[in-house]
Write a protein that binds this ligand. Structure first.
Ligand code: FE
Length: 207
C-alpha cells in the first residue's frame, strides 16, 4: 500500500472528486457571502495567505534557526508560539504551538486523531493523507510499522517512537535532526533541506 492508496472508510461521506469538492466550496462561499458572514475580499485574502504567505517554507526557517542557534532552540522547545513570533511567524491556528525534538533516542510523529489539527503558520494546510482515518488510527496503534510501510521511514528499534495528538488547543511540530555532513551549510541552505514531512515526523531530513 502506498500513501495515495490511503482511503477513507466506506461509511464516511466525503466528496469523491476534485470537481465535487470545488462545487461544494463555491456553494459554501456563495452562501457565506450572501449571509454577510464573509466578503469576497476576505475569501481572496485568506486564499492568498495560504497559497503564498504561510507554509512549510516558514517552518523550515524555524528549524534551520534552531539547528544553528542553541539559545533559539531552547526558546523554541520552551514555547514554540513565542519563538516563532520572534521570527514574525504566527497567526490563525498557530496560537498554541509546541515543538518536539527528535534525538538519537527519540523520534516524534504528529497526528490529530479527532480531525486534522495542524500548526498552519509553520506548515501551511495539512496534506490529504494527514486527514484520512487510515493515518489517524494506525499511526497511533502501530507508529513504527506505519512509518515503515507507508512512508518508507525505518526507525531503528533502539529509538523510541512518540506520537503526539494535536488538538484545537495544542498543535505540534517536530524539530527534526540535523543531518550529518551539513556542518558547513548556512542557515538558508539548511532551511532548503527541511521538508513538510520531516516536521510532521514521517520522514527524516535528507541531504
Ligand atoms: Fe483536529
Amino acid at each position: 500500500m502506498t500513501r495515495s492508496e490511503i482511503t477513507p472508510s466506506p461509511d464516511v461521506t466525503v466528496p469523491r472528486s476534485e470537481a465535487e469538492i470545488a462545487a461544494r466550496m463555491k456553494a459554501l462561499e456563495a452562501l457565506m457571502i450572501e449571509k454577510g458572514i464573509m466578503t469576497t475580499e476576505a475569501v481572496d485574502r485568506l486564499a492568498e495567505i495560504y497559497e503564498n504567505e504561510v507554509g512549510p517554507q516558514l517552518g523550515a526557517t524555524v528549524v534551520a534557526k534552531a539547528w544553528t542557534d542553541p539559545e533559539f532552540k531552547a526558546r523554541l522547545l520552551a514555547n514554540a508560539t513565542d519563538a516563532c513570533a520572534e521570527m514574525g511567524i504566527g497567526g490563525l491556528q498557530g496560537e498554541d504551538m509546541v515543538a518536539v525534538e527528535n534525538t538519537d533516542d527519540v523520534h516524534n510523529v504528529v497526528v490529530c486523531t479527532l480531525c486534522s489539527c495542524y500548526p498552519w503558520p509553520v506548515l501551511g494546510l495539512p496534506p490529504n493523507w494527514y486527514k484520512q482515518p487510515a493515518y489517524r488510527s494506525r499511526i497511533v496503534r502501530e507508529p513504527r510499522a506505519m512509518l515503515r510501510d507507508e512512508f518508507g521511514h525505518d526507525v531503528p528499534e533502539s529509538v523510541e517512537v512518540r506520537v503526539w495528538d494535536s488538538s484545537a488547543e495544542l498543535r505540534y511540530m517536530v524539530l527534526p535532526q540535523r543531518p550529518p555532513g551539513t556542518e558547513d551549510k548556512s542557515e538558508a541552505e539548511l532551511a532548503e533541506l527541511v521538508t513538510r514531512d520531516s516536521m510532521i515526523g514521517v520522514a527524516p531530513v535528507r541531504v
